[in-house]
Design a protein around this ligand. Structure first.
Ligand code: ADP
Ligand code: GN1
Ligand code: MG
Length: 360
């Protein structure tokens, strides 16, 4: 790819130096672009947007513009620094928030937020605590955002009943004859069917409030200060949509309470970290204050199980379908990812009462 040519379309000063793959996202392609501006190094994040998923890209970017504008205003009102605490979109010369090179290539650019770090696994429990504070505060900010302005770019994203039906379809098609390699995992998912409607049904009945949520609250979607460790910015805003706070909480737990990488093959190392659960819960509840209802609190622990098994069935469905959704770098990677998730579910099920006791 000719990155220099792509980047020329954006309002960036200085000379192009380099552009390399960056980060660990499974959906978009992320690159770190470096420019020399009068002797000073300026860095940017360039992303090739997965336009087949995020369709239409115009609406995706409209959501991100609305949310970042709203957040930047709020951050400034609080005396914060919007350029550091929020994503900053770099516009094209024509003033667009993305650049369409051809039918298959859509790009966007953000200013790189310097002196921060995004972790793949928890290194220090305080990092996880601060990520909880960051996501809890982000939920607070979104609570004031007018949901009707948002376009639901991935409808029914965390509708676990729908995810389960998609999984069953992938299984019945078994396009690559892979189901025989993962019968235990298939049985595990099938035997927990009673879980899948719990939160969607509470939302549908109005018993649980529908909020605007981030929906992809992995630890690597928050930037922490590389010296103090304190939260700086919540990033990766593609999935901001109506949802439940239990989704945001649960997805953070799914990712952060795993001491290993998401695709660890040695499952003896994948042991759910209750100590980290406790720390995350503390930070999240502190940040939310009274902006969380009893029914939401009562479902935080279950939501962690649900988000983890949902992700497990999504990885497994993708394995069965030939790895077309989550990017893979080796054979069997989506199956390995599914297995880590199911191991974490089994661990959490054993201590659900203990997890619940912390917040109810
Ligand atoms: P994906 O959707 O592929 O997960 P992200 O938007 O999360 O992409 O970006 C991938 C990684 O790039 C992040 O985990 C983070 O390390 C880094 N990153 C993204 N945006 C910024 C930014 N504005 N400043 C600094 N780092 C960033
Ligand atoms: C994807 O894009 P990324 O890597 O932040 C996925 C999430 C999954 C996650 C699993 C839009 O997130 O839903 O939980 O992988 N994002 C989308 O790691 O499907
Ligand atoms: Mg990300």
């Amino acid at each position: 790819m000719n990155f220099e040519k792509v980047l020329k379309n954006f309002k960036i000063e200085g000379e192009f130096v380099s552009c390399e793959p960056y980060g660990n996202g499974h959906i978009n392609q992320t690159f770190l672009a470096v420019f020399n501006e009068g002797g000073k190094v300026k860095r940017y994040i360039l992303q090739k947007i997965n336009h087949k998923l995020f369709d239409p890209v115009e609406k995706l970017m409209q959501n991100i513009e609305l949310v970042t504008e709203f957040n930047r205003k709020k951050i400034a009102e609080r005396g914060g620094d919007p350029d550091r605490e929020s994503l900053t979109i770099v516009y094209t010369a024509e003033g667009n928030s993305f650049y369409k090179m051809d039918e298959d290539s859509y790009f966007r650019v953000y200013i790189f937020i310097e002196n921060t770090v995004a972790y793949q696994t928890v290194q220090n429990p305080m990092d996880f605590y601060y990520s909880a504070v960051a996501f809890g505060n982000f939920n607070n900010l979104l609570a004031e955002f007018d949901a009707s302005k948002l376009y639901e770019i991935l409808p029914r994203f965390h509708d676990t009943k729908k995810r389960y039906n998609d999984f069953l379809t992938a299984l019945s098609e078994d396009k690559f004859g892979r189901a025989k390699d993962c019968q235990a995992e298939i049985d595990f998912i099938k035997s927990r069917e009673s879980y899948y409607g719990k939160i969607v049904d509470l939302l549908a009945s109005g018993e649980m409030p529908l909020k605007v949520t981030h929906n992809d609250t992995k630890l690597n979607n928050v930037l922490l200060d590389d010296k103090s460790g304190e939260p700086v910015a919540v990033i990766d805003l593609d999935t901001i949509m109506p949802g439940s706070i239990c989704y945001d909480f649960g997805d953070s737990i799914r990712f952060g309470c795993n001491p290993c990488e998401e695709d660890e093959r040695d499952l003896s190392k994948v042991n759910f970290r209750f100590d980290l659960y406790e720390i995350y819960l503390k930070g999240f509840l502190e940040a939310l204050g009274d902006r969380i209802s009893d029914i939401e609190k009562q479902n935080l622990a279950f939501g962690s199980i649900l988000m983890t098994i949902e992700c497990g069935m999504r990885f497994l469905a993708d394995y069965l379908s030939g790895d077309t959704y989550f990017r893979t770098h080796r054979e069997g990677q989506n199956l390995d990812r599914a297995r880590t998730q199911l191991k974490l579910v089994a661990d959490m099920e054993k201590i659900l009462d203990k997890m619940n006791a912390l917040c109810c």
